[in-house]
Write a protein that binds this ligand. Sequence first.
Ligand SMILES: Cc1cc2nc3c(=O)[nH]c(=O)nc-3n(C[C@H](O)[C@H](O)[C@H](O)COP(=O)(O)OP(=O)(O)OC[C@H]3O[C@@H](n4cnc5c(N)ncnc54)[C@H](O)[C@@H]3O)c2cc1C
Length: 408
Amino acid sequence: MAEFTMEPNDEQKEVREWLHGFAADVIRPAAAEWDEREETPWPVIQEAAKVGIYSLDFYAQQYFDPTGLGIPMAMEELFWGDAGIALSIVGTGLAAVGVLANGTEEQIGTWIPQMYGDPDDVKVAAFCSSEPDAGSDVASMRTRAVYDQAKDEWVLNGTKTWATNGGIANVHVVVAVVDADLGSKGHASFIVPPGTPGLSQGQKFKKHGIRASHTAEVVLEDVRVPGSCLLGGKEKLDERLARARERAGKGAERVKNAAMATFEASRPAVGAMAVGTARAAYEVALDYARTREQFGRPVIDNQGVAFQLADMRTSIDAARLLVWRASWMAVNGRPFTAAEGSMSKLFASETAKKVTAQAIQILGGNGYTREYPVERMHRDAAIYTIFEGTSEIQRLVIARTLSGMPIR
Ligand SMILES: Cc1cc2nc3c(=O)[nH]c(=O)nc-3n(C[C@H](O)[C@H](O)[C@H](O)COP(=O)(O)OP(=O)(O)OC[C@H]3O[C@@H](n4cnc5c(N)ncnc54)[C@H](O)[C@@H]3O)c2cc1C
C-alpha cells in the first residue's frame, strides 16, 4: 500500500505540467467558441488523441497510480482549461470504466478501442443509466432487457436521458432492468455496438453550462444485441441474480438504490474536476484584483476583496486535500467508513459553485460578461452539485454512513 502523500513525485509533476500545457495552449483558447457553439469540440478531442491524452492507456496509467494522485491531478488540470471541453475529452472514460469494472477480458479488448477510435478518426462513448423518472432514484429505472434464448440476443426497450455523448457515441453502455423485483440488484449493463438498429438520439439538451459537452436522450426501441454484449456474461449475471433473490428471500434489507449506494471510489474524480474549475476562476479573480484600480489603488487593497480571495483559496486547497485523501483510499482499498469519497465530491462541488460566484463579484461588471471567462466557469460549476449524485444525495450517503441509520 502506498503511503498517503501530498507531494507529487517527479514523474507526476511532469505529467501535470504536460497536461497543464495542453489545457492552457489548446483547451482554454477554444473554450469560449465551443461554449457558444454548444457542440462537441471534435478538433480538440482529436488534438488530445494525437498527443495521447484521449486514450485508454493514459487513463489506465493514472487510474493505477498507487498514490491515488494520478486521476485527480489529471482531472484538475484538464477542467482548469475548460469544463465543457474537458468533459468531452473524459466523458468516454465513464463508459470505458463501466466496461472495465464489469466486462470480461474479451469485452474490454473488443469494445474499449472502439470507444476511442484512433487519432485520425476519433470516436466517443456514452454511459446511459439515468432516465426521466430515475435520476437519484436509480432503482426506479424502467428500461428493460429481455433475453431471447432462441437467438441468444438481448432485447432492450426504454428511454435514457442526460446521457453525455448520447446518440453521437460509437459505443453506448446501457444499464437496464433484467429482474424488476430486485431493485438495483436486478440491473445489468449492455454494450450497444455501433450502428445497432433501434437506438436513436432523442432530444439534445440546451444547457446552462458545460455546453461543449453533448447531453441527450437515448431512445431504445427493440434494440437487439448479441448475448456477448451483456457485460460480465450470462453465467455471472445468473449467479448474481440468484444470490440477490436468496438474500431478498431471507428478508435481507431491500437493496438501496444504486445512486445512494457508495460510489465512493469514482466521486473524488468529479471532486477534482470541480477543483479545476474553482482554481481557474480564483486565478482570474486574483489577477484581476491585483490590476484593477479604483479609488487610486488596486481593488485587492480592500480587505473586503482580499479576504474573499483568502477564503476562496482556503476552500480550494481544502477541497483538493479531501479529493486526494479519498482517491488514495480508493486506490489502496481503504474502507470508506465516513463516506470520504462522497465528502470530497460534496465539498469540492459546493466550493466550485461558491468560488466561481465570488470570482464574478470580484470582476464586477466585467465578471458578468462573456468577455471574461468567470461567467462561463460559474455556469459550468453548477453541474458538479448535480451529476454523479447531487449534493443532497452525497449528504444522505454521508449521514447514513456515519449514523448507520436509514435516514430519508
Ligand atoms: C449535464 C449532465 C450530464 C449527465 N451525464 C450523465 C451520463 O452521462 N449518464 C447518466 O446516466 N446520467 C447523466 N446525468 C444524470 C445525472 O446523474 C442526474 O441528473 C442526477 O443523478 C440527478 O438526477 P435528476 O436530474 O433526475 O434529479 P432528481 O433525482 O429528480 O432530483 C431533484 C432534486 O431532488 C433532490 N433529491 C432527490 N432525492 C432526494 C433525497 N432522497 N433526499 C434529498 N434530496 C433528494 C435532488 O438532490 C435534487 O435537488 C447527467 C446530468 C446532467 C445534467
